[in-house]
Ligand binder design. Sequence first.
Ligand SMILES: Cc1cc2nc3c(=O)[nH]c(=O)nc-3n(C[C@H](O)[C@H](O)[C@H](O)COP(=O)(O)O)c2cc1C
Length: 184
Amino acid sequence: MDGFECGGHPGEDDVPNFILLPRAAEELTIPFVASGGMADGRSLVAALALGAEGMNMGTRFIATQEAPVHENVKRAIVAASELDTRMVMRPLRNTERVLSNAAVERLLQKERELGAAITFEDILPEVAGVYPRIMQSGEMDAGAWSCGMVAGLIHDVPTVQQLIDRTMAEAHALIHERLAGLAR
Ligand SMILES: Cc1cc2nc3c(=O)[nH]c(=O)nc-3n(C[C@H](O)[C@H](O)[C@H](O)COP(=O)(O)O)c2cc1C
């Protein structure tokens, strides 16, 4: 279940995970994982509390040592705050949450100017074929690329092992120290 916070395509209903996950738990009879805005042990414990069986991390895993993307991408995620993403392509009902950059601001300007008349052809320079230039060549202003609001919680580039170990240690401490008080 991918909440409104997520990097990439959140759909058009804008339901954040505090609502989406418990609603999913009400409706679904199969297990599901929480996705969108997940970064650490706090996310994992919250996801479990809200009815998920686990969590998926998108943006967080891109800022790891092993992620096969240009160093500039990892630096951009670490540098970004929770206020630095934008929603693009909403008028085309193809909403994507991306990191703000010069190309994204140009795209949004086109959306404002063209309104309901906008077509995919109008924004091809900002979205078509830009991923290899960004992810492989590190041209950070080449176009729009998916990034979650969770960038505001990402402050380092650990190995995957370190990230998972830290996440599980945080979750363990939260459950056995902070939350254990509720059970008393
Ligand atoms: C750079 C990037 C590329 C992505 N590409 C795809 C994709 O091609 N297909 C897809 O279904 N989701 C894609 N996603 C969305 C992720 O699968 C996941 O739903 C999302 O990252 C979760 O939100 P988070 O970034 O807040 O963790 C992408 C996300 C990022 C950050």
